[in-house]
Design a protein around this ligand. Structure first.
Ligand code: UDP
Length: 239
């Protein structure tokens, strides 16, 4: 069983049908799922995107807002999600710290690697917000970076699909789910698991990327415990 993991959710994961904002029902569900990991003795780091509020690329498209500012706006959006998740996890009795790549000390701690590791060792969940703190990056890359920095054994990208398919399962009935993909294949085939920067960083550090469906109840814990009933795809060096 993996001892320390990093779970990555997109911002849209929190927004339900509307694609915007935060839906309490989903937040509540995710918090309950994450609680089962902590109760099983797993050290949990979390990164949540900000796409349910703002993406730098989209907001800067009209030319009125510069991309750099748009990206900072996106990073701030991830703070909103992180604080919401902290509240939900605390509601269920967990100890949680939010650490931000941008300093807003009235809201949360600033990211300090050693402090983050200490929190994890004490059984606290650490939510990393504000991405990498730099524009022109994504929260997938931020999540991979933090996973490597804290020595996580895997990064789990929790999505709305079961894993990686050879073609779009929404369009093709005969789409096949791939259980195992090499990093180079993931980059070459341009599979949209994560952006190339994130995959390359994972590859350089031989960090396995697990892709799974966050809506499959109990699946996260099964994956981490190595249960044979777990449903996921894995990008790693294994083939
Ligand atoms: N962002 C950034 N640097 C980072 C991480 C995120 O500038 O290191 C900005 C970027 O504008 C991005 C937005 O924050 O579009 C929200 O993150 P992302 O799009 O990765 O969120 P998700 O798609 O996972 O909801």
């Amino acid at each position: 069983m993996a001892k320390r993991v990093l779970v990555k959710y997109s911002g849209e994961a929190l927004s339900g049908e509307s694609g915007f904002g935060i839906e309490s029902k989903i937040l509540d569900y995710l918090a309950r799922e994450l609680k089962t990991l902590v109760e099983a003795g797993i050290e949990v780091g979390i990164v949540i995107g900000g796409g349910n509020f703002i993406r730098g690329v989209s907001v800067s498209q009209g030319g009125l807002i510069r991309r750099t500012s748009g990206d900072y706006m996106g990073m701030l959006a991830t703070m909103i999600n992180g604080v919401a998740m902290q509240e939900a996890l605390e509601y269920y009795g967990l100890d949680v710290r939010v650490q931000s790549a941008l300093e807003i000390k009235e809201v949360c701690e600033t990211y300090i690697n050693r402090r983050a590791i200490r929190h994890l060792e004490k059984g606290r969940v650490v939510i990393f917000v504000a991405g990498t703190g730099n524009p022109f990056f994504t929260t997938d890359t931020a999540a991979t970076l933090r996973a490597v920095e804290i020595g996580a054994e895997m990064i789990i990208k929790a999505t709305k699909v079961d894993g990686v398919f050879d073609k779009d399962p929404a369009k093709f009935d005969d789409a096949v789910m791939l259980r195992q993909i090499g990093y180079d294949q993931a980059l070459k085939d341009n599979i949209k698991v994560m952006d190339d920067t994130a995959i390359a960083l994972a590859k350089d550090n031989t960090l396995p990327i697990v892709v799974c469906n966050m809506l499959r109840e109990g699946n996260l814990l099964k994956i981490i415990q190595g249960d044979s009933g777990a449903v996921y795809s894995k990008v790693s060096n294994e083939n």
